[in-house]
Design a protein around this ligand. Structure first.
Ligand SMILES: [Ca+2]
Ligand SMILES: [Ca+2]
Ligand SMILES: [Ca+2]
Length: 173
């Protein structure tokens, strides 16, 4: 029997909200359009430390990945200074092969014109670059503000349950 779990998730979500429980890790802001939680980090970090910081602040937290112009716009709106900030895209492992630190698909890009240019081996991506406020590959050691993205608490619970079920299944075999 195949069950549609979406109504159940939606119901659980509403119960959670009714009970006033936090849907997001502390300080993160929920966005219903994606169901994810976001946090603007004003402190300046290099790329690697910025990504580690996101993981320290939330279970499953990484530098933000975006998957549409709408999501990019939402994230830009969180960045109070309007300055450039780290996002999770990088080509550290393989030049010109950009990936997200959260391993989600690279299903759209928002490069500024003539970027990415890998000038002097740039491997980490910032947004809010240039007049058009788009993406640029930059030097990973630069210290910038950043935005973190994390699954909402319900997603984390669901993921843990799925993993436990998977482990049990493997034990039975
Ligand atoms: Ca490189
Ligand atoms: Ca590069
Ligand atoms: Ca560049």
């Amino acid at each position: 029997m195949k069950m549609n779990v979406l109504p159940i998730i939606a119901f659980a979500l509403s119960i959670n909200l009714v009970l006033g429980q936090e849907l997001c890790p502390s300080g993160f802001r929920y966005w219903s359009y994606t169901g994810y939680c976001y946090l603007y980090v004003r402190d300046l970090y290099n790329f690697r430390d910025a990504d580690t910081n996101c993981g320290n602040l939330a279970a499953g937290g990484y530098l933000v990945s975006t998957h549409s112009l709408a999501e990019e716009g939402f994230v830009q709106g969180l960045v109070e200074t309007g300055d450039d900030y780290w996002i999770g895209a990088n080509d550290v492992n393989s030049n010109s092969d950009f990936v997200w630190t959260d391993r989600s698909p690279m299903d759209w890009t928002n490069w500024d014109c003539d970027e990415p240019n890998n000038s002097g081996d740039e491997d980490c991506v910032e947004s809010n670059f240039g007049l058009d406020k788009r993406w640029n590959d930059a030097h990973c050691d630069n210290r910038k503000q950043s935005v973190c993205k994390a699954p909402n608490n319900l997603m984390v619970t669901h993921k843990v349950k799925t993993e436990i079920a998977e482990i049990k299944k493997n034990d039975d075999n």
